[in-house]
Design a protein around this ligand. Structure first.
Ligand SMILES: [Zn+2]
Length: 75
């Protein structure tokens, strides 16, 4: 389940203050206690949903593979 491309952690107040409390991809609000994921390629925090979508689009070296159909990044 864990990916080398992301650092997953439970959101704390300290983290949320630093990341302005929103997912960098879908802008949904991150709550204290949520699982959040640091994207080591793009230096941003993502919600659980966006992390899973990105991970499914990535190859083993964390590069995003373009799908034929435009993937939806919205959760
Ligand atoms: Zn998101």
């Amino acid at each position: 389940m864990s990916s080398p491309c992301f650092v997953s952690q439970v959101a704390t107040k300290e983290i949320l203050i630093r990341v302005t409390q929103v997912c960098a991809e879908c802008y949904s609000e991150l709550q204290e206690g949520d699982m959040i994921h640091y994207d080591m390629q793009q230096y941003r925090y993502l919600c659980d949903c966006c992390q899973q979508k990105l991970e499914s689009m990535m190859d083993e070296s964390c590069q995003i593979i373009q799908e034929e159909a435009e993937p939806s990044l919205f959760c």
